[in-house]
Each structure stands twice: as structure tokens, then as C-alpha cells.
Design a protein around this ligand. Structure first.
Ligand code: MTE
Ligand code: MO
Length: 560
């Protein structure tokens, strides 16, 4: 509630636009603190209206053009590598959420400042809103998949925000600092006070109506826009009703014992909902399978255009393959194993007739993310495919529905294009550069031989003389794992772990080492893998940038 100052006291604030001269009757009807709050609230309200209206306009122009998403997405694109590393290591896979929260905080501060400035200088405040809109417009314009219409949500939203300021600031000024006839007040104080009370109620009503209407626009715009954006292009029905074709070549049955069934050890097959997810999309692209088309072009004899129905008619293979992200730290869990169903890629490229000079398969997703894969890997790696199924279900949206690329043995950023829509045969030397290569990650990125200790958990307390299972997973896709060894302490002797069977050399492999602690105190467990070419996992520590982390996993336990 606005506080009314006693008109006869002289202690009220004089910071308003209508400074008092000698008069003892302060015109201020709202205390300075409340007034500041109201100014900031006005700024926030204008921003809320801008966002709400922007969201509503984005229902027409597409979810990635909504102001906050466009700006966030722009931020993701220009984030320098060190900041991205910091963000992922600090917030881990929550980096997208952290970005959104950070953006909202910055926006709120800016909006509050705009409100304060606009109270004093309305035009400057409105320019502030314009600047905010411009950031959105530029972000939307520079998106890789931008259309001209994409600037509409930010532009129209900012205009609505400016209108709110234009409408509400004079109301607030009027409310806080009424024109006050000092001369009259001198002659008839009682009458003036009466008038003043009446006008205060009137001014307050006008202000509250205008503010309420704006709040309504913000809430309804944001809410309705959000709901419509969510339902527009919703593909969950398509996913639910899609009948995947039977594979022409089924995945070999998983050998008995592929899962060692040790509590705490990652299951051999990763269930879809817990499969790691990495991509640059703040809003997952929703691709309508009815209109989906993949264009294969560039250095080919015949340009191909394949619809989803045509793709499903091709002979399908089903294979167990473990995907890994280059950002996976030693011991990290940006890795998952699934049974993928898809059409072999090499066959498609043979049909297109790739020209001899080509060496890069440059693919683009529905949201404009790009990926460059060595043609050699696509043509010679068994089971490189355009996948439509994951563990018996259609691809979940987060994993690329309706179609993604999979090339076993390469980190995801050079092989795993989700929501794929375009494939250009080109060269690394003269052709376009993919998203992460522009950001200086390695153009060629085979997955490094690696292992992880899953149990016991770090800092576990163990009993002297009581046997425990030290277990984990190891991977060297395409080469296969031939040995995992464990040692105690840096000087300990490497001792072989028992390996679980695997269906092929493109999956990870579980391992277990039975250990009976023979001494009390802190112990450090180390592990290392050897791939089937005989190469031993290096102890040399390297960052995941630019081509994948190296080093040995280790953890400490306490034996009591
Ligand atoms: N469209 C698109 N596809 C993408 C990416 C992306 O950012 N956008 N990220 C890649 C990376 S870095 C990885 S590790 C894999 C992860 O696939 P997943 O999310 O299904 O586990 O997707 C790849 N495909
Ligand atoms: Mo990745």
C-alpha cells in the first residue's frame, strides 16, 4: 500500500520532479522506497509484456524466434570455448538451465534499471527497451536457420514493452507527484487535503488499471504463447503411432553375461530416458516426419531426395553401438549404449555416386547445426547408418527424431547429427566448416581407448578382509577392448580384470576385478584399458578440447 505522508510534516522526500520551494506541504504521496520499487516493477512489467507478446508472435514464426530463446541460442553460438568449458564443468549437463537462469537474472536487472531511468527520462527508458529488442532481433537474424520473419517476436515484443512504459510511467509520476497548487494550499489547506485524497484514489485507480492490463498482457501472452508453442508442431503423436519396420538384419542377440549385474555398475544397454544428451538446441527441433526430407547433394552423380516413408522402406539394420561425447571427462558419463535401427549410409551414398575428390560428408540439422564426417569413415565403418530407432522405439525427440546419423567409432560432434535434413558431399579443404570445427575442435575425432570405474563409489568405506567387486566399463569403438587392468596405488602392479562378453567391437564392455583389501587406510584404485590393436590407454592427462580427454580413472577408498 502506498504510504501517505502527513502533509504538514516537512520531512517527506523532495527528490521528485516538482521540487518544493518554501512550502511546508510536500506533494509526494508515495514514499521514496515504495516509489523506487514501483519504478523497478514498471520496468519488469514492460519486459514481461515484451516477452509475453514476443512469445505469442513466436507461435507464428517458430519457437526458436521467441526472444529469450533467440538470445540464449545466440549466446550459445558466440560463447567462447573457455566459457563453455567453464559452464559445462561448473554446471555440468545443467548448462542450458544455468544459461536460462542467468539470462533471466540479467534481463530482470536491466528491466528494473530501465524502469528507474524511464521515470526520470521516458524517452531514454524507451530507447532502453529498444536496445533490448535489438539484441533479440540481431540474435534471431544471425541464427543459422533464420528466416526474415524471425525478427518479428523481438521487434513486436519490444514495441509492446515501449508502449507499456509510455502508458504507465506518466501514470506513476502523476500518482507519486501530483501537480500541487501551492498558493491554493496556503489559503485553504483543509480543502486541498480533501481534494488531494480524492485525486490520490483516482490516480491510484488509473495506475492500477493500466498496470493490471499490462500484467494481463504479459501473463496471457506468455502463458498462451507458451502453451501454443508447446502444442504447435508437437510430434509426440507421430512418435507414438510410428510403426518401425522390421530390420532386414537383426542385431545379434546380446551374449549371456553381457551385464555383470553388479549394483552401481552402468547397465550394458542404456535406457532411452537416461541416455546422455548433448546438443546446442535450447528448444529441441520438432521435425514433422510427414514433410521430412533428406537431400543428398554436392559432389555426387545423382542428387537424392528421400522422404521418411522412403527411408523406412529401405532395408534396415539393427545394431548395438555405444555413442560417446568428446566432452566426456575421464570418469565421466557422456556415453551411452543403445540398439539402433537404421538404413546403412554407405548404400545411400553409393546410389548417389560420390565423386572421387570428395572427402567430407557435411550434414546439417533442422536447427542449422552442422557436422563434418570423414567420407572414408562413413563408407568403411560397418553399421554407419541413418538411424530411426533406438532400443526398439522411434528416436526420442531429444535424440534426433525422426532421423539421425550414427558412425560408430567417432565422437558425436563429428558423426552424430540429430534431426538431420541435409547431406552435402564436399571436401575438408575447400568445403564448409562444421559448427565445432569453426570453434577449433579437432576435425578428425576417433574415440580414444578409455575405461571408467563405476564401483565402488569414490570415498567408499570398505572392510578389511572382506571381498568387494571393483567394476566398470571400457570402450574403444571399432577396435574393441581386449583387456582391462586394475592396480592399487601408483606403484601397484597391474592386475587383469575379468571382461564380460560383448555383441561386437562397437560397444562398451563391462569389467570386474575381485578385490579383498589386505591393509587398512586410504587406498587408490586405478584402471586402464587395452584395445584389440594392443594399444594401452595412456596415463598422459589431456583435456577434452580439442580431440577427447585422456588419462587413467582413479578413485580413493578407505579400508577400515
Ligand atoms: N543437431 C545436432 N546434432 C548433434 C549435436 C548438436 O548439437 N546438434 N551434438 C552432437 C554431439 S556433440 C553428440 S556427443 C551427440 C550426442 O547424441 P545424444 O544427445 O543422442 O546422446 O549428438 C551430436 N549430434
Ligand atoms: Mo559431443
Amino acid at each position: 500500500m502506498p504510504t501517505r505522508t502527513d502533509p504538514r510534516s516537512s520531512s517527506a522526500d523532495t527528490g521528485g520532479k516538482h521540487p518544493q520551494s518554501t512550502d511546508k506541504l510536500p506533494p509526494a504521496r508515495i514514499g521514496p522506497r515504495l516509489r523506487l520499487l514501483l519504478k523497478m516493477a514498471l520496468g519488469l512489467l514492460a519486459a514481461g509484456v515484451a516477452l509475453g507478446v514476443g512469445e505469442l508472435v513466436a507461435v507464428v514464426t517458430g519457437p526458436t524466434s521467441a526472444p529469450l530463446t533467440a538470445v540464449g541460442q545466440g549466446f550459445v553460438r558466440i560463447t567462447p570455448e573457455w566459457l563453455k568449458e567453464f559452464a559445462t564443468s561448473t554446471f555440468y549437463v545443467y548448462d542450458k538451465l544455468a544459461l536460462e537462469v542467468g539470462m533471466v537474472l540479467v534481463l530482470a536487472l536491466f528491466a528494473a534499471a530501465v524502469g528507474v531511468v524511464a521515470y526520470r527520462w521516458l524517452t531514454v527508458g524507451m530507447i532502453g527497451v529498444g536496445v533490448f529488442g535489438l539484441v533479440g532481433v540481431v540474435a534471431a537474424m544471425t541464427a543459422p536457420d533464420a528466416s526474415q520473419l524471425d525478427i518479428a517476436p523481438s521487434a513486436i515484443g519490444a514495441a509492446a514493452g515501449a508502449i507499456v512504459l509510455r502508458m504507465l510511467v506518466p501514470r506513476l509520476v502523476e500518482l507519486a507527484e501530483p501537480e500541487f497548487d501551492v498558493e491554493q494550499a496556503r489559503t485553504n489547506v483543509r480543502m486541498m487535503l480533501k481534494m488531494r485524497d480524492r485525486r490520490f484514489d483516482e490516480d491510484r485507480r488509473r495506475f492500477l488499471y493500466a498496470a493490471g492490463a499490462s500484467l494481463g498482457v504479459a501473463v496471457v501472452g506468455g502463458g498462451l504463447g507458451g502453451v501454443l508453442l508447446n502444442t504447435r508442431g508437437d510430434v509426440s503423436k507421430d512418435i507414438a503411432t510410428l510403426k518401425l519396420p522390421m530390420p532386414a538384419s537383426k542385431a545379434p542377440r546380446l551374449p549371456d553375461g553381457v551385464d555383470l549385474n553388479i549394483p552401481g555398475l552402468a547397465s550394458f544397454t542404456t535406457p532411452n530416458p537416461s541416455f546422455y544428451r548433448i546438443d546446442t538446441a535450447l528448444v529441441t527441433p520438432r521435425v514433422d516426419p510427414a514433410t521430412w526430407e533428406l537431400r543428398i547433394h554436392g559432389m555426387v552423380d545423382r542428387e537424392l531426395k528421400i522422404s521418411f516413408a522412403e527411408l523406412l522402406k529401405r532395408p534396415m539394420i539393427e545394431r548395438d553401438i555405444t555413442l560417446t561425447c568428446v566432452s566426456n571427462e575421464v570418469g565421466g558419463n557422456l556415453i551411452g549404449e543403445a540398439k539402433w535401427l537404421g538404413a546403412p549410409l554407405a548404400d545411400l551414398l553409393k546410389e548417389a555416386g560420390v565423386h572421387p575428390g570428395a572427402d567430407q560428408v557435411f550434414t546439417t540439422s533442422a536447427d542449422g547445426w552442422t557436422c563434418g564426417t570423414p567420407l572414408e569413415a562413413v563408407m568403411t565403418t560397418p553399421n554407419a547408418m541413418l538411424a530411426v530407432g533406438m532400443n526398439g522405439d522411434p528416436l526420442p525427440v531429444a535424440h534426433g527424431f525422426p532421423v539421425r546419423m550414427i558412425v560408430p567409432g567417432l565422437y558425436g560432434y563429428v558423426s552424430g547429427t540429430k534431426w538431420i535434413v541435409d547431406m552435402e558431399l564436399t571436401t575438408f579443404a575447400a568445403g564448409p566448416q562444421a559448427y565445432w570445427i569453426q570453434r577449433e575442435w579437432a576435425p578428425a575425432a576417433p574415440i580414444k581407448t578409455m575405461c571408467r570405474i563405476d564401483v565402488p563409489p569414490a570415498n567408499d568405506e570398505l572392510q578389511l578382509g572382506q571381498s568387494v567387486k571393483v567394476a566398470g566399463v571400457a570402450w574403444a569403438q571399432n577396435r574393441g577392448i581386449s583387456m582391462v587392468e586394475v592396480r592399487l596405488g601408483e606403484q601397484g602392479e597391474w592386475q587383469p580384470a575379468r571382461l564380460a562378453p560383448v555383441p561386437n567391437n562397437q560397444t562398451w564392455r563391462q569389467w570386474v576385478w575381485d578385490w579383498t583389501p589386505g591393509a587398512r587406510g586410504q587406498q587408490t584404485l586405478w584402471a586402464r584399458a587395452t584395445d584389440a590393436t594392443g594399444e594401452v590407454q595412456t596415463i598422459q592427462i589431456a583435456d577434452s578440447f580439442p580431440g577427447g580427454a585422456t588419462g587413467l580413472p582413479s578413485l580413493q577408498v578407505l579400508v577400515r
